[in-house]
Design a protein around this ligand. Structure first.
Ligand code: NAD
Length: 313
């Protein structure tokens, strides 16, 4: 049986990863300071004897007794609203937190997987984005705190691999959605769902022609597990190449919610990427992974989850 440490395990993606490893029969230690996540996300896992949740800030230190086979470093504010409100925390968890998580993997001889992001590509000049593209990032723009934290995290993961022989992997995760997203985290899909379910105007940034490629969480979790199981160092893009405009996404969600909400246009955030689509050839070739959940199916499942949590809407 393997033992897995998930930093940020009480967050959106982390909670699904904890669930997936427990379902495989692994022991899971979830480390989280509840900065943007909540113990409620993993409360259903508490009865499982293989699961342990420890409140800890990985920028202070990371100490784990006993053997560890895999370290999944997912701790970090991830939505633009969160990292703009928490710029120093975001930079610290991407830098100091990553060093501590790598230190743990080094001590234990564990496989290490970094949750990096498509934001390392910035507002890209190459479309779709392959892993070989270096990106177009503004380090002193408002999003620099997140983008540069993740770029540093990638660099330090590789340095630990080359210098200390740590078995590291870098996942470049593209926009992912699903149950347990927070309705007020500012990301497009939960915002549109909340607005549509409340019958309020659905707020599209700019003219809505900017594109996103969105991946259902079950697919993303499958990709992270495939990467962790492999010997690949990455970076590997994980996401769904199905690209659509933000305006089409808003209209689709209104329709699936059976809502009468109108679409209104609001100011576009600074440095908001114009296009975003993963080139997933590498993940397909090296990991045998590609997303399989259709966007409509994923949206229906996410809307269903929000409906079953009316207190959040
Ligand atoms: P989230 O905010 O739901 O989860 C992040 C978790 O990290 C939270 O539970 C938070 O409390 C915890 N955390 C933050 N700082 C911490 C610290 N110092 N010590 C311990 N715990 C800390 O966000 P998410 O969407 O689940 O994202 C998880 C990871 O995946 C992040 O690293 C993010 O950058 C990356 N990612 C997510 C997406 C996406 O679409 N969701 C896309 C690209 C990358």
């Amino acid at each position: 049986m393997s033992r897995v440490v998930v930093t940020g395990g009480a967050g959106f993606l982390g909670s699904h990863l904890c669930e997936a490893y427990l379902a495989r029969g692994a022991e899971v230690l979830c480390l989280d300071n509840f900065l943007t996540g909540t113990p409620e996300n993993v409360a259903h896992l508490a009865p499982n004897p293989g699961f342990r949740l420890v409140r800890s800030d990985v920028t202070d230190y990371v100490h784990v007794g006993g053997p560890v086979d895999v370290v999944l470093h997912f701790a970090s504010p991830a939505s633009p609203i969160d990292y703009l409100n928490l710029p120093i925390e975001t930079l610290k968890v991407g830098s100091i937190g990553t060093l501590h998580a790598l230190g743990l993997a080094r001590d234990k001889g564990a496989r290490f997987v970094l949750a990096s992001t498509s934001e390392v590509y910035g507002d890209p000049r190459v479309h779709p984005q392959p892993e070989s593209y270096w990106g177009h990032v503004n380090p002193v723009g408002p999003r620099g705190v997140y983008d540069e934290a993740k770029r540093f995290a990638e660099a330090v993961a590789l340095a630990y691999r080359n210098t200390h022989g740590v078995d590291t992997a870098i996942a470049r995760i593209f926009n992912t959605f699903g149950p347990r997203m927070r309705p007020n985290d500012g990301r497009a899909i939960p915002t549109f769902i909340r607005q549509a379910l409340r019958g309020e105007p659905v707020t599209v940034a700019g003219d809505g022609s900017q594109t996103r490629s969105v991946c259902f969480v079950d697919d993303l979790v499958g990709g992270v597990l495939a990467l962790a199981d492999s010997g690949e160092a990455g970076p590997v893009n994980l996401g769904n190449p199905h690209e659509l405009s933000v305006l089409d996404l808003a209209r689709w969600i209104v329709e699936l919610c059976g809502s009468t909400s109108e679409v209104v246009f609001v100011e576009r955030p600074v440095d908001d990427p114009t296009v975003r689509r993963p080139d997933t050839t590498l993940a397909h070739e090296r990991l045998g992974w590609s997303p399989s959940v259709g966007i409509e199916d994923g949206l229906r499942r996410t809307i269903g989850w929000f409906r079953s949590h009316p207190e959040l809407v």
